[in-house]
Write a protein that binds this ligand. Structure first.
Ligand code: IMP
Ligand code: MG
Length: 173
């Protein structure tokens, strides 16, 4: 069954925001190399567009994690479903997320990666839904703060569909 999807953030607005974020990151990390840790699967579209616009040297690795719980009553920890290929020790690491909702995933992931002794560890998210936050997690770079609505597109899915939409949309049932 297809759903009606209303546009929340246009493709042009997302692209413009990603350019801004990439400029800021290129300045903040000037003279360094940046290692992107991209959280599968939702962050892939965002991460690629971001990486293309960053002007300092970038390396990329991928990780898949799942947090238990439904976000409301949430999870004590995360399970790593796909581990990073490379060590992050001594690297300037930027975790790339699609959306921060309860914050549980990032809270536990940040803790996990901090234990591996990166030179620095920051977080970028395309979207932030602060209304639903239960875990104490701060992002260093954020594209858009959005209201508490279920969004799809630009990598985000509803039951694995709609990741390929080039804009951020709201699913209307
Ligand atoms: P958190 O641990 O609750 O912050 O979960 C964040 C993860 O939940 C994201 O990486 C998404 O995979 C998923 N998620 C949260 N809100 C949405 C949404 O509105 N649309 C699609 N996926 C979402
Ligand atoms: Mg995700």
């Amino acid at each position: 069954m297809d759903h009606q999807i209303d546009v929340m953030i246009t493709e042009e607005a997302v692209d413009a925001k990603i350019c801004e974020l990439a400029d800021q990151i290129s300045k903040d990390y000037a003279g360094k190399e940046l290692h992107l840790v991209i959280i599968l699967k939702g962050s892939v579209f965002f991460a690629c567009e971001l990486a293309k616009r960053i002007t300092i040297p970038v390396t990329m690795d991928f990780m898949s994690v799942s947090s238990y719980g439904d976000g409301m009553v949430s999870a004590g920890h995360i399970t790593v479903k796909k581990e990073l290929d490379e060590d992050i020790e001594g690297k300037d690491v930027l975790i790339v997320e699609d959306i921060v909702d309860s914050g549980n995933t990032l809270f536990h992931l940040k803790h996990l990666l901090e234990g591996r002794n990166p030179a620095s560890l920051k977080i970028i998210t395309l979207l932030d839904k602060p209304d639903r936050r239960v875990a104490d997690v701060n992002t260093d770079y954020c594209g858009f703060v959005i209201p508490d609505e279920f969004v799809v597109g630009y990598g985000l899915d509803y039951a694995q569909k709609y990741r390929n939409l080039p804009y951020i949309g709201v699913v209307k049932s």
